[in-house]
Every structure is written in C-alpha cells, then in structure tokens.
Design a protein around this ligand. Structure first.
Ligand SMILES: Cc1cc2nc3c(=O)[nH]c(=O)nc-3n(C[C@H](O)[C@H](O)[C@H](O)COP(=O)(O)OP(=O)(O)OC[C@H]3O[C@@H](n4cnc5c(N)ncnc54)[C@H](O)[C@@H]3O)c2cc1C
Length: 326
C-alpha cells in the first residue's frame, strides 16, 4: 500500500494507492481481472495527486465510475484505476425559473435525480433508472430516447491527465455528440459538472416524481437490470445504413439483431443475449469477460454477414492488449 502525503492541504487525508485490487465487484457485468493499482480520491486535490502518482510511475490511467458501461478484460488493467469518490451536490444559483446545480463526478445519477426532485428541480428525471455516475454519464452524453444529458450541462471542472491542472470549461468545450464528448480523447477527466434545471411548482414536481416511477417500471419491463452494461453496441449513424422502412433509415442495431433472432438464444459460455433486448448481453452468473467478448464478436459477425454493416461497441473495453472485436 502506498500512502501519498498531502502537504498542501494537511486537512485532507492522504490518498491510499492499493496494489492488485479485484475489479469484478466494481462493474455491472461482474467480470474481469484486477487493477495493478487502485485508488479512490475523495476530493479534487486527491484526484490530482492520483494523476501525478500515475505519471511519476508511468502508469496508464483508467477512470472508473459505477462500471455500468465497461467490460474489463480477464487479465485486468495494467495501470492505475482511479475511482473518484467526490460526491458533493451544491446549488450555485437559483432564480424564479431555473437553478444551477453543481454535482461532483462521483455522484450517482439516481442520487442526483432524487436530490433535484426533492428540491423541485426538473429535467434529469428523464434519465431515471439508468445506473452510473456524473463522470461516466457526461463522458458518454447519457441518452434515453430524445433526451441527452448535454442539454442540461452548462459548465464543468476538468483535470488534465498529464500535469493534473484543473480547468473550468463551458458546454461547448465538450463537443457533445451521440455517445460522444471531448472526454473520449482522455486528455482530461471530469471533476464536476454544472447542470441548468427548471425550478418547478409542487404540483409539477409531483408529476415528475410519477414520471420517474413510470420510467423505471417501463425500463424494468424492457431491459435486463443486472449483470449487463445496457446496450453493448451503439446505434448506427444514418450514413452507415441503407435499409429504410416508411422512408426512415433504420439506425437501431437491436432491429438488425432481432431480425437475425439472437434474443435469449445466442450464447457463449455463460454469457447470453438478453431475452428482453437483442442489443444487451447478460452474464448468466459466472461468465468471463472472454465469454462476453466472444458473444459480442459473434453478434457483429451475424449482422455483417446478413446486412453488410458492422456494429460498433458502445461498451468501453478496458485492459484488452489487442482490440478484441471485429
Ligand atoms: C442496466 C443498464 C441500463 C443502461 N441504460 C442506458 C441508457 O438508457 N442510456 C445510456 O446512455 N446508457 C445506459 N447505460 C450505460 C451506463 O449507464 C452509462 O454509460 C453510464 O453513464 C455509465 O456511468 P458509469 O459511472 O458507470 O461509467 P463507467 O462504466 O464506470 O465508465 C464508462 C466510461 O466513462 C469514463 N468515465 C467515468 N468517470 C469519468 C470521469 N470522471 N472523467 C472522465 N471519464 C470518466 C470511463 O473512463 C469509461 O470510459 C445502461 C447501463 C446499464 C447497466
């Protein structure tokens, strides 16, 4: 165990860097090997310390949220896994119609949504029932039907991966797209984000709370809830597909997988395509990451053979020596 003293802010506890930490219990698939080194910074300064430690020891960095959109290789991650445990939520400003809420990277989206609803702040409840932290959700530009997290982000604080310097950025800096943000370049990591939300009446808030319950109920019916990463592949961009129904391009990867008939049937070891959703892989209990990646490759192959288009992973693949998909 390495203990990094913190001379600049002595009131902050030193950051512990622990070697050889299993990651299977820290991701939603429940698979994968260990982190060579692991730490959980509790504030921005410790986050900076972790980055400097990695750079001093020439360790690759992986930032872990709730592990709801990752597959970690069975060999684990040969570097430093930083799991930001920064969990403050602060109201920055409030007027008659809107509020600015700053949430740290380690705050979970369900907690943030509950905090907002308890304070009559609306908007984020459309993402109810989706697991993950603010960090992971800004990274991917969380989406549910037409709702995008980018529509609420107005500013953020990020930390540079090399020198650990902090910077305040605006929403444009992120260059948000479908499944995309500036964070994908991995030059900066998110420390916190500021969201602009609507200040509502008690009646509007009661309605939004009901909507949250309804969304969660609907999702439980449609999607698997455990040992999955949600959608394994991203949807296609319109220019990638030619198939049209009613003059509309079919961009949904689940549509193509459904046509092939993989739902609840296609398996590899202890990984199976969910019986509920053709684009979701489920660990039946003791699958390995190799089972999951083998199944994903087979799904790609089937879609490519039948439709001539190749699904691309939405799930982030961590610690694989070579890119494991087609
Ligand atoms: C059951 C289920 C349903 C889902 N449904 C949806 C859905 O409807 N819509 C949707 O968009 N997604 C969905 N997902 C995917 C997942 O919930 C989101 O991608 C979520 O935002 C992941 O957050 P996380 O904290 O778990 O990130 P992780 O999975 O831990 O990490 C994902 C990526 O984010 C990066 N990251 C994490 N924190 C930071 C940070 N502070 N700074 C920089 N990068 C960071 C990681 O390095 C990694 O590359 C679903 C997943 C599951 C398991």
């Amino acid at each position: 165990m390495h203990k990094i003293p913190n001379p600049q802010t002595p009131q902050t506890n030193s950051l512990l860097i622990t070697p050889n930490v299993p990651l299977a219990d820290k991701n939603w698939f429940g698979t994968g090997g260990s982190a060579k080194f692991y730490c959980e910074p509790a504030d921005a300064h410790q986050f900076q310390q972790a980055i400097l430690y990695a750079n001093t020891h020439q360790l690759e960095i992986f930032i872990l949220g709730q592990g709801a959109n990752i597959l970690i290789s069975d060999e684990g991650f040969d570097g430093l896994v930083i799991r930001p445990m920064l969990t403050n939520i602060t109201t920055l400003s409030l007027n008659e119609t809107t509020a600015l809420i700053k949430a740290d990277a380690g705050v979970t989206m369900p907690n943030l949504i509950d905090h907002c609803l308890n304070n009559n702040l609306l908007g984020l409840e459309e993402f109810s029932g989706i697991p993950g932290t603010v960090g992971g959700s800004v990274y991917i530009n969380l989406h549910y039907f037409e709702f995008l997290l980018a529509n609420f982000v107005i500013a953020a604080e990020v930390v540079h991966k090399k020198n650990g310097s902090l910077a305040t950025v605006d929403a444009q800096w992120f260059k948000f797209g479908y499944n995309d943000s500036e964070l994908h370049k991995k030059d900066y990591f998110l420390v916190n984000a500021t969201f602009k939300l609507m200040l509502a009446t008690d009646e509007q808030t009661a309605f939004a709370k009901g909507r949250k319950t309804e969304i969660i109920r609907h999702r439980a019916h449609r999607y698997p809830q455990v040992r999955t990463c949600g959608s394994f592949f991203r949807n296609f961009f319109p220019h990638e597909v030619t198939l049209e129904v009613d003059n509309k391009k079919i961009i949904f990867v689940a549509y193509y997988l459904d046509k092939i008939g993989v739902k609840g049937t296609l398996k590899s070891g202890n990984a199976i395509v969910s019986p509920q959703h053709a684009n979701m892989i489920v660990n039946l209990g003791n699958a390995t990451s190799t089972d999951i990646i083998t199944l994903a490759r087979e799904m790609q192959k089937l879609v490519q053979e039948k439709f001539g288009i190749l699904p691309q992973a939405e799930c982030q693949l961590i610690g694989f020596k070579n890119f494991p998909l087609l």
